[in-house]
Every structure is written in C-alpha cells, then in structure tokens.
Design a protein around this ligand. Structure first.
Ligand SMILES: Nc1ncnc2c1ncn2[C@@H]1O[C@H](COP(=O)(O)OP(=O)(O)OP(=O)(O)O)[C@@H](O)[C@H]1O
Length: 280
C-alpha cells in the first residue's frame, strides 16, 4: 500500500514528532493516551541478537484512531505486546498515563493490563461457559468489582454493540461478528486508555467486517482511542492515522484525510449493499 493509495496527508518518512505540522499547530497540547520514545526491544539469542524494535517514537493523543501496519517481521506484534503491557521494553520509554511501563514490576504491569487496556483479538477470546453479559464483565472479575452498577454497565455496552436481545446467549450461540461485538464491549468495560485491536476482522467476511468497523467508528467518534494492528488496507483507510513499521523502525506516520476516510466508508458500505443485493 502506498501512502497516496490511502489518501495520506502530512506524509513523512520516519518523522520527528516535533516537525509534524498537525501537532505543532496545536495551541493546547492534547492529552496523550500513550506516548513512546526511542522504544527498543531486543532478544539475545545464542547466535545473535534480534532487534525487533530499533528505536520507535510516536504519541497517541486521546481520541486518535491508529492503524499499525508493516510487513511480516517488521515488529508489529512486538509493539502490540509492549503497548498491551504484555512485555517490557529493552530501553526507551512507553508512558501510559503517568506510568512509565519499563519501570513497573510484573504485578504492576498485570494490574494496568487488566484495568486500563481494552483488548480485541482476531479470535475473540471469549469464555465459552459464560453468557454475553458475563463475558463483558470478565475484566472486572480480576478486580473483584462485580455488583449491580457493573451489571448495568455491561448490559448498556451489550446494547451499544447491538446485542440487547442476546444477553444470556453463550458464545457458541453467536455468529463470529456477534462474538467480536462482545469482545469490543468487554474491551470498554474498564474505561481503558485505549482499545488495542489485533487483526479484529481477520476471521470475518466483508459484510461483518463493515459492521465491526462501524462500531469502532462509532466509539471513536465518541472519543475512544483505538490502536489497531492490521494487514488490511480497508481497515487502515478508515483509521485517522497510519503508522507503518519496517525492520523494527518507523517507516511512516501519516494522517488519513477526512475526505479519504469518508469516501472509504461510503465505498465499503456500497460494496456491502451490492453484495447483499446479489446474495439476498
Ligand atoms: N520472543 C522472541 N524471541 C526472539 N525473536 C523474536 C521474538 N519475538 C519476535 N521475534 C523477532 O522479532 C522480529 C519482529 O517480530 P514481530 O512478531 O514483532 O513481527 P510482526 O510484524 O508482528 O510479524 P507478523 O506480521 O508476521 O506477525 C522478527 O524478526 C521475529 O522473529
């Protein structure tokens, strides 16, 4: 995918944050969902040192919607694991709120992970024995925070993702798209710094993909921050910003124009309607 093919603006290869025209023109600094600076991750193996991330820097203002792209082996999963507090950097800083992730111990990382990050995985990762509402509440179990107020919020989130009439269903009774809706609702139950989505529509057909992307659009329009790893241009085209990794480094950090995003949404919706009309 070339920058022009997704209507990217402000294109800059390996840009420094200070020179970004979009950010430097802001009068009041935006609050950051996360900021990373010179982030490195290495593994020392017997015969070699693998440098999976070789000094990556960018900031994610609250309300942003980022697609992280890049070829196989470029460091996407490594970055995702660091952003999700599943791993610690070798060096550099990764700030989540006021916390520098590199300075936390494993228990503290686990706490942040369960309380402040909303995960959405390709394979949904729901608990089969639990109902829709109970699955949405799962992140709260770890904090022992289940009560009438939490149940009310879980039901509200289920309603927001269009599952009001499926509250007591088990995952096996749901379609893939419905299961992913549960996962999105679950990701928001803790009011996270951001939703971290890993190929969230990788298992879904184009109609359902469009539905799931519309839900992401809706939550992002309400101010939710989304960071999504994807190989799919059609997903990246709907984000506000594309970050592309290459060989463990930032190769592109570019804004997607509002015109391009709208045109993509309309084109994808039209394609879905045509498909539905053909297949009944
Ligand atoms: N635990 C590990 N130990 C050693 N090397 C690793 C480890 N995890 C990842 N790597 C290496 O780090 C580099 C980046 O891997 P990473 O999984 O982040 O890439 P990716 O962009 O997510 O690739 P893909 O799209 O194929 O999932 C690769 O060279 C990989 O082999």
């Amino acid at each position: 995918m070339s920058a022009s093919s997704v209507g990217l603006t402000g294109e800059s290869l390996a840009p420094s944050l200070e020179t970004s025209p979009q950010r430097s023109s802001q009068k009041t600094p935006a609050k950051m969902a996360t900021s990373i600076r010179d982030l490195k991750k290495e593994w020392v193996l017997k015969s070699e040192t693998v440098r999976a991330l070789r000094g990556v820097s960018f900031e994610v203002p609250e309300g942003d919607y980022i697609a992280i792209m890049g070829p196989s082996g470029s460091g996407k999963s490594t970055l995702l694991n660091l952003l999700g507090c599943l791993d610690k950097p070798t060096s550099g800083t990764l700030m989540l709120g006021d916390d520098d992730i590199g300075s936390l111990n494993d228990d503290q990382l686990a706490e942040i992970r369960s309380q402040r990050i909303g995960f959405v995985f390709q394979a949904y990762n729901l608990i089969q024995q639990l109902s829709v509402v109970e699955n949405i509440e799962v992140p709260l179990y770890y904090q022992g925070k289940i009560g009438p107020a939490e149940r009310k919020r879980a039901i509200e989130l289920a309603e927001r993702v269009g599952l009001a009439d499926r509250l007591d269903h088990r995952p096996t009774q749901l379609s893939g798209g419905q299961q992913q809706r549960v996962a999105i609702a679950r990701s928001l139950i803790n009011d996270p710094f951001f939703i971290l989505a890993d190929e969230p529509t990788g298992n879904l057909d184009s109609v359902t993909t469009d539905e799931i992307l519309a839900i992401f659009d809706q939550f992002n329009d309400e101010g939710r921050t989304i960071i999504m790893v994807t190989h799919e241009d059609e997903l990246a085209d709907r984000a506000k910003r594309v970050i592309r990794l290459k060989d463990g480094m930032l190769a592109l950090d570019a804004t997607v124009s509002e015109e391009k995003r709208t045109a993509t949404r309309i084109a994808q919706r039209k394609a879905v309607e045509e498909l539905l009309a053909r297949t009944g």
